[in-house]
Design a protein around this ligand. Structure first.
Ligand code: ADP
Length: 158
């Protein structure tokens, strides 16, 4: 059976921290679906189409990676995609507390699911989408925190 992991998040924007987690998880799975949780009523910074395009570019030519969006509960989406693993990254103790509650709740709702956590590498610990949005909003240069893609300029204009 294929080992499929879903990496769910808002990825607004997708950072080098997210990219590093996916790259390191690749040897563990046959396929990783990077799934952008999308709520049309929730305010977003980058349009969903751009987020999809940028993530695809960050992993171009990697047949093990798929990019998708979802609106339902994460576990509902995982069932639909036949994924038995949820991939998440851990930066801090605050991340741990938040992730613990989500993972334990997900396990109650879908007992076959396992959440897999990778600790961030030290150089990515401070990379944070909220802070990057603030940098861009205030005209700063956030390029060093974002994956190399063709139209990186578009990221920076916000
Ligand atoms: P969410 O809105 O669900 O928290 P995010 O897009 O912020 O989604 O993050 C998705 C996942 O990536 C989460 O598990 C988060 O902890 C992890 N993550 C975010 N930034 C980093 C980073 N710099 N290093 C490692 N993991 C990270």
């Amino acid at each position: 059976m294929e080992r499929i992991a879903v990496f769910p998040g808002s990825f607004d924007p997708f950072t080098i921290g997210h990219q590093s987690i996916v790259k390191r998880a690749l040897p563990m799975f046959d396929k990783i679906i990077i799934a952008i949780g999308y709520n049309s009523e929730k305010k977003q910074f980058f349009p969903i189409e751009k987020r999809i395009e940028w993530i695809k570019q960050a992993f171009r030519n990697n047949p093990k990676i798929e990019v998708d969006t979802f609106k339902e509960l994460t576990v509902t989406y995982c069932k639909k995609r036949n994924a038995k693993f949820i991939l998440r990254g851990l930066r801090t103790a605050a991340d741990f507390e938040y992730e613990r509650a989500i993972a334990q709740t997900n396990k109650k709702m879908y007992p076959e699911i396992e959440s897999v956590f990778l600790l961030t590498t030290p150089e990515h610990t401070m990379v944070n989408s909220t802070i990057i949005r603030d940098i861009i909003r205030h005209g700063g240069d956030a390029s060093q925190f974002l994956p190399d893609i063709d139209d990186k300029e578009a990221y920076l204009r916000g």
